[in-house]
Ligand binder design. Structure first.
Ligand code: 5GP
Length: 189
């Protein structure tokens, strides 16, 4: 997605050879025109997959998930990183190791918002080692639903997430694939 690559080139900050900061358009301040364009791209890629629902993880996935669900005209739900006291009934949860914080935490989703047999499109901001996306896949499968695919805004292809998820048979659409962040330079595929 050329528009996304252009925005990454001009507005992202390289924090290290493995971490990119995108607070000015995706992780803190949000560019809603870009969100709409992202939602439309995911819709074009996954439109034959009979998507019933879009799923992400709080917080950075929310704007992406909403924009995407609007194109599909399907419900949107996000997994929570802390289970609130108000979450009652059957709760699906699994452990995820955070890439940026290097700690394990539980993600939770009320079974009320995901139904047996549904086709669920998972979306997220980054793909690094693949733990966040895999955790979401596990929640979907615990509910007896199917992973229709995984839509990623920024894939760091030099990290192992894509290969791990492909090996498990998931269909991945990454809108920007970063080959390297070395020498203070962002190179795309
Ligand atoms: P993974 O679980 O694939 O290792 O990492 C994906 C998650 O970690 C994403 O949900 C994202 O929030 C965070 N993440 C991974 N790499 C980066 C990065 O380079 N920059 C930022 N801002 N977040 C990242």
């Amino acid at each position: 997605m050329k528009k996304l690559q252009r925005i990454i080139k001009t507005r992202a900050q390289i924090i290290s050879e493995s971490i990119l900061k995108v607070d000015s358009f995706l992780n803190h301040q949000i560019d809603y025109d870009l969100m709409e364009a992202i939602g439309e791209e995911f819709f074009h890629y996954f439109k034959e997959k009979n998507v019933d629902r879009v799923l992400t993880i709080e917080a950075s996935g929310i704007a992406i998930g909403m924009a995407t669900a609007k194109f599909f005209q399907k419900p949107f739900v996000f997994a929570k990183k802390k289970k609130p006291n108000t979450m009652s009934g059957e709760v699906l949860s699994t452990k995820v190791v955070s890439f940026t914080k290097n700690i394990a935490y539980d993600i939770s989703l009320s079974s009320e918002f995901i139904n047996f047999g549904e086709n669920i499109l998972i979306v997220d901001d980054f793909l690094a080692r693949g733990n966040a996306a895999l955790g979401l896949c596990k929640l979907v499968e615990k509910a007896g639903a199917n992973v229709a695919g995984i839509g990623i805004v920024i894939e760091k292809s030099f990290q192992p997430g894509r290969e791990m998820l492909l090996a498990k048979g998931y269909d991945i659409c990454s809108l920007a694939r970063i080959k390297s962040l070395k020498n203070n330079k962002i190179s795309f595929y």
